[in-house]
Design a protein. Structure first.
Length: 153
């Protein structure tokens, strides 16, 4: 069974230029994984940080499970990310030295049922960078439209 993408952070690639990506596991409670599999996740305002030599996902909203009882989870709690020590040290060094940010890109469930998070090391884009990206995208779209018109004739 292939992996299934649950949530994408579309704003991440718009606001950041992603230099590198890394896969991380997430420490979840029972009702959280049920909500994730049901697709009730929002990564729009989320970010990752390294605090006391541990990686954390902050600001991700996982909706409470409808059938949950008093043991239901807190929707916006910080969640620990599972990375190897070398990966954490490398990410910490790169974020401190180069001014990069850890941005969650997508949340997916593997074929074995494990929830994974794809984290990107990104640099914030300035307004002119965003405008240049939009102009390039529009130019590419216009070129493809012209080629399609030429093929139809």
């Amino acid at each position: 069974m292939p992996e299934k993408t649950i949530a994408l952070n579309r704003r991440a690639r718009h606001e950041f230029s992603i230099e590198d990506t890394i896969e991380a596991g997430i420490v979840l409670s029972g009702t959280e994984i049920k909500s994730i599999r049901a697709g009730k996740v929002n990564l729009a305002d989320a970010f990752a940080r390294i605090d006391r030599d541990e990686a954390w996902l902050v600001g991700a909203h996982i909706a409470p499970w409808e059938s949950g009882n008093r043991y239901n989870h807190e929707p916006k709690r910080d969640r620990k990310l599972l990375l190897h020590r070398e990966e954490i040290d490398e990410l910490l060094g790169r974020t401190k030295a180069k001014g990069l940010t850890l941005v969650p890109l997508r949340l997916y469930v593997t074929g074995r049922g494990k929830a994974k998070l794809e984290i990107g090391l990104g640099r914030g884009k300035q307004i002119h960078d965003r405008r240049r990206d939009i102009a390039a995208r529009d130019a590419k779209r216009e070129m493809e439209r012209e080629l399609a018109d030429a093929r139809r004739r």
